[in-house]
Design a protein around this ligand. Structure first.
Ligand SMILES: [Mg+2]
Length: 329
């Protein structure tokens, strides 16, 4: 479907040379389809995810952040498989083509794409309610992808980065202009937390490093409380999680106070990795963390059985926090 500015003109101006220049793109934007040359001996790894206005982001969200996040959520899925990202397709539905919006959106997308050597090789523009769908393809050497199902009882459970920041950032963003006042020491952290929601850093290099070390991996999009049971179930195991060991940022502690651990458990949109590994790999994991400058935290283990048991101060706790549902409710 055509747009007022003209689909061709929009593509030419904002999307034709977006992202990295890759020699394995035989034919990119401009024909009916793209031609790609996968590396010999590699498997293709594909993921797609949509961002829909009022479902995954509030109306009026910064377009630069939307361009970044639409790619980041797919990069995170590929990272969880240990894949190296390569080629993206973008399907964009817009109520009307606004140059300022398109410019900012494409800048947000392009910056992250170049950082991870992703080329935009095609896509589609339509008129309609704002929604952004990215399809991302990456590669792994055959047989080396990390799956959710490879965990075994006794494996240690790890998470990257810090948890709960993005959910708190979204709360702050939605409360902006509202009555919520932050304590003075917390105000300086608010921008950092908002950035953790608006500009998540997918753990691509970590995912690649985990190919030889992790037995199972999942990315944290819906929150640990929702995503960890998926990994455990796929691995045919139960899990124990030490809530006191969850990695919390100074910013989250300052803003959320005593409920920071609950945010870390139930909050979504972190796009950190949750993975399992044999205890024998702990030294190599610490080495990987130091090399990449990405904190890794061991906070539990897989065990026989099913379900996730939460422990706090040495005792089993029940936690009935409603699951993170973006902000659609
Ligand atoms: Mg995922």
């Amino acid at each position: 479907m055509g747009m007022a500015m003209g689909e061709g003109e929009i593509i030419e101006r904002y999307f034709r040379h977006l992202g990295a220049v890759r020699t394995d793109v035989a034919l990119g934007i401009g024909d009916d389809a793209a031609l790609l040359r996968p590396a010999p001996g590699c498997e293709l790894v594909q993921s797609t995810d949509a961002l829909i206005e009022q479902v995954h982001f509030p109306a009026g969200s910064a377009p630069r952040s939307l361009g970044h996040r639409a790619l980041a959520i797919n990069l995170s899925d590929l990272a969880a498989m240990g894949a190296t990202p390569a080629w993206a397709l973008l399907s964009l539905t817009l109520p009307r083509p606004e140059e300022a919006w398109l410019g900012e959106f494409s800048r947000g997308f392009a910056r992250l794409a170049r950082e991870h050597e992703v080329a935009l090789v095609g896509g589609n523009l339509s008129r309609g309610p704002l929604s952004i769908t990215v399809q991302l393809t990456g590669q792994v050497p055959q047989g080396t992808a990390v799956r959710r199902s490879g965990g075994r009882a006794g494996d240690e459970l790890w998470v990257s980065g810090t948890l709960g920041d993005a959910a708190q950032g979204l709360i702050l963003r939605l409360a902006e202009g509202g009555a919520q006042a932050l304590p003075p020491d917390a105000e300086s952290y608010a921008a950092w937390l908002c950035a953790r929601f608006e500009y998540p850093a997918p753990r691509v290099a970590l995912g690649v490093g985990l190919r030889k070390l992790a037995s199972a991996c999942i990315d944290l999009s819906d929150g640990l409380l929702a995503d960890l049971p998926r990994l455990a179930a796929a691995s045919g195991c139960g899990a124990e999680l030490e809530v006191d060991r969850l990695p919390l940022s100074p910013a989250l502690r300052a803003v959320s106070g005593d409920s920071a651990w609950q945010q870390a458990l139930a909050g979504g949109e972190d796009y950190e990795l949750c993975f399992t590994a044999s205890a024998a790999h702990a030294p190599q994991l610490q080495e990987l963390a130091a090399t990449l400058g990405v904190p890794l935290c061991c906070c539990g283990r897989l065990r026989d059985g099913s379900g996730v048991e939460l422990r706090r101060a040495g005792t089993v706790i029940q936690f009935a926090h409603p699951p993170f549902d973006h902000f659609g409710a």
